[in-house]
Design a protein around this ligand. Structure first.
Ligand code: PLP
Length: 419
C-alpha cells in the first residue's frame, strides 16, 4: 500500500496535489511519501516479530537521500552501505555507527580505514584477501574490526541476471566450502573478530524458495563453523524481497518472509541482520514528469516525456516495467510508446503500452520509482541531476536540489595549453 492516489480526479502524494509540486519545483522530479516509507518500515519490522534478536539495516544504495535516511533512522533502522560515501550519509542522518554494515567486493584501503575510524558495526568481507587487508589495517590502528564473511551460496535467485548475486560465478562472496579455511586463517588475527556469515542472493525476488535454500545452507555452515570452534553470534541475511511493479504481481509479503526466516533460523541463537532496500523505498516514490509533445509513430504515437533514462535508468538497464499513469486522467485511454528525449533508442520506458490518454503539457508519473531511481541518475546528454521532494501530510520539502547542467560544467575546465 502507498499514499499516491487520486483525490478529486488529481493524483496526490499524501495530501499534496502533484501539480503543485510540478509548478513549484519543476519536472522531472522524484516525489517520496514519508507516510509510505514509515508504513513499509513498520510492516517489514512487524513481519519479523518472530525473530527475537535483530538489526534492520536499510540498503542505502536503493535510496540514499538524506531525508529518506532520516525517516528510517527515526524508525530505528541502521544502514547497509557499499561505499564510504554511503557510510557518511548514514552517519549524517544520525544512524549509530554500530548499526552500520559495510558490504561490497571492492572496499579500498582508504574506505576500510575510514570505516574503522568511524567504528562501524560490521564489515561484510567478501574475500580472504579483503579479510587480511582489514586485519592489517585494524592492527595498525589498534582497533578490533567486527566482521562477517559473505558466502556465495550458489543458488539461482530467479531474478534478472544483472541483479542476481548468489550464483557461483557471480563476483560476490566466497564459495561455502572455502569458509572453514578462511575462518581458520582469520581466527589467528587478534585485530579482527570474524563473528558471523552473510548472504545476499539478489534483488526483486518473487519467490521465497531460493532465499530459503540459501538460508538453510547458511544454517548448516553455522553448525559446522561452531563445530570447528568458531563463535558465531551474527548472521546477515541480506535483502532482496521483491515489490509489485504492476497490478497482479504478488511477491512474498514481509510477513510470509518473516515466518520463513523465523522457522529456518529458530535454533541458530544469533543476532540476525536484514538489509531491505527496494521493499522499503520502491513504492514510496514516483517520478513526476511532463509530456513534452506527442509524436506520430508508425504503429503507436510516441509520448515524449521530460524524464529520461538518465533520471530513471531501470527500464534501459534491465528492461524494467514501471506503471505510467496520468496525474489528471480524464478516463480516455491510448496505446503509446513512452520515451524520453535522450539520443539513444534505449531511452524508452515502454513500447505499445496501454495507458491514460495524454496530451502535450500533461503531467504523468512513473510509479514504484522510490528505489533504484534517483540514486542511479546520471547527467548524460548534459541534462543535470533530477530534483527530489519529500511529502509529509499536506506539506512538502525539496530534499535534493536539481543540479543544473551548468553547475556540472562549472566543475570542468579547458587547460591553459589548449586555450
Ligand atoms: C543491493 C543490496 C541489498 C538490497 O537489496 P534490495 O533488493 O533492494 O532489498 C542488500 N544487501 C546487499 C549486500 C546489497 O548489495
Amino acid at each position: 500500500m502507498d499514499h499516491f492516489a487520486l483525490k478529486d480526479g488529481v493524483m496526490h502524494a499524501e495530501d499534496v496535489p502533484l501539480p503543485r509540486i510540478a509548478e513549484e519545483v519543476g519536472t522531472p522530479v522524484y516525489v517520496y511519501s514519508r507516510a509510505t516509507l514509515e508504513r513499509h518500515a513498520q510492516v517489514f519490522r512487524d513481519g519479523l516479530a518472530g525473530v527475537p534478536d535483530k538489526l534492520i539495516a536499510f540498503a542505502v544504495k536503493s535510496n540514499p537521500n538524506l531525508a529518506v535516511l532520516k525517516v528510517l533512522q527515526r524508525q530505528g533502522y541502521g544502514a547497509d552501505v557499499v561505499s564510504v560515501g554511503e557510510m557518511r550519509r548514514a552517519l549524517a542522518a544520525g544512524m549509530a555507527p554500530d548499526k552500520i554494515v559495510f558490504s561490497g567486493v571492492g572496499k579500498t584501503r582508504r574506505e576500510i580505514a575510514e570505516a574503522l575510524e568511524a567504528g562501524i558495526g560490521q564489515f561484510n568481507i567478501e574475500s580472504e584477501e579483503e579479510g587480511l587487508e582489514l586485519a592489517e589495517l585494524a592492527a595498525e590502528m589498534g582497533v578490533t574490526a567486527q566482521c562477517a564473511l559473505r558466502i556465495n551460496p550458489d543458488v539461482d535467485a530467479g531474478t534478472h541476471d544483472k541483479i542476481s548475486t548468489g550464483k557461483a560465478d557471480n563476483k560476490f562472496g566466497v564459495p561455502i566450502d572455502q569458509a572453514g579455511q578462511i575462518f581458520g586463517l582469520l581466527a589467528s588475527k587478534p585485530s579482527v573478530n570474524l563473528r558471523g556469515v552473510a548472504v545476499h542472493i539478489g534483488s526483486q525476488l518473487g519467490d521465497l524458495a531460493p532465499l530459503e535454500r540459501a538460508f538453510t545452507k547458511l544454517g548448516g555452515l553455522v553448525t559446522s563453523l561452531r563445530g570447528a570452534g568458531h563463535a558465531i553470534t551474527h548472521v546477515d541475511l541480506g535483502g532482496g524481497l521483491g515489490v509489485p511493479y504492476k497490478a497482479g504481481e504478488h511477491p512474498p509479503s514481509p510477513s510470509e518472509y518473516g515466518e520463513m526466516v523465523a522457522r529456518v533460523t529458530k535454533d541458530w541463537g544469533v543476532t540476525l541482520i536484514f538489509e531491505p532496500g527496494r521493499v522499503i523505498a520502491g513504492n514510496a516514490g514516483v517520478l513526476l514528469t511532463r509530456v513534452v509533445r506527442i509524436k506520430r509513430g508508425l504503429n503507436n504515437p510516441f509520448v515524449i516525456v521530460d524524464a529520461a533514462m538518465n533520471d530513471l535508468a531501470r527500464p534501459a538497464l534491465y528492461g524494467a516495467y514501471h506503471d505510467f499513469v496520468a496525474v489528471g486522467p480524464n478516463g480516455a485511454k491510448m496505446t503509446a510508446n513512452i520515451v524520453g528525449p535522450i539520443c539513444e533508442t534505449g531511452d524508452t520506458f515502454a513500447m505499445g503500452r496501454d495507458c491514460d490518454r495524454l496530451e502535450s503539457g500533461d503531467l504523468a508519473v512513473f510509479r514504484t520509482a522510490g528505489a533504484y531511481g534517483a540514486t542511479m541518475a546520471s547527467s548524460y546528454n548534459s541534462r543535470g541531476f533530477v530534483a527530489e521532494v519529500l511529502v509529509d501530510g499536506d506539506k512538502f520539502a525539496v530534499v535534493a536540489d536539481r543540479i543544473e547542467a551548468g553547475a556540472i560544467m562549472d566543475a570542468e575546465r579547458v587547460p591553459e595549453w589548449l586555450a
